[in-house]
Design a protein around this ligand. Structure first.
Ligand code: SME
Length: 151
């Protein structure tokens, strides 16, 4: 921008601020899927504390039939219980796992904490074998911290 148009700029910023949190979450999912080679499905699950289940929120990748997951069930449900990130480098080695397709080889789930309580999770499926390192966990934890205000 060569000449500052404050009115136009203020409107642009107002549009960004007014963006619905769901749109922001969707954009983050799309960004992660497109920019990290080993992230093949990226989505948020939101905790419904009354029903004690996770409900699928914005996601990027193949639609999944698992739109509701009970706390304790699968990798997502285990993270909802523990409140701690979980990395599964080989999904065939885990008993308590809900499959989204044979192409998925590994998975990482990171909790979104708000005031210390789990409100949602970021779930990532990978078609690569054992692709995750501690850097993934640190990176995704940072993203979940940044996005906690959306929930
Ligand atoms: N694999 C997950 C289910 C959700 S899908 O990955 C989208 C689990 O075991 O909880």
């Amino acid at each position: 921008m060569t000449t500052t148009n404050f009115n136009e700029s203020a409107k642009k910023i107002a549009d960004l601020v007014a963006q619905h949190p769901e749109d922001l979450l969707l954009q983050v999912c799309q960004f992660l899927k497109q920019n990290v080679y080993h992230y093949d499905w990226v989505g948020f699950y939101i905790l419904d504390p009354e029903k004690n289940e996770l409900v699928l929120g914005p996601f990027a990748g193949k639609p999944t039939p698992h739109t509701h997951i009970a706390v304790g069930k699968g990798i997502c449900g285990q993270v909802a219980k523990s409140g701690k990130p979980m990395v599964v480098q080989d999904v065939t080695q885990v008993e308590n796992y809900i499959s989204c397709g044979l192409e998925v080889l590994s998975e990482i789930v990171v909790p979104v904490l708000k005031d210390g309580k789990l409100v949602a999770e970021l779930d990532i499926d990978s078609h690569s074998p054992a692709p995750f390192t501690s850097e993934d966990t640190e990176f995704l934890t940072k993203i979940c911290d940044l996005l906690a205000f959306c929930f």
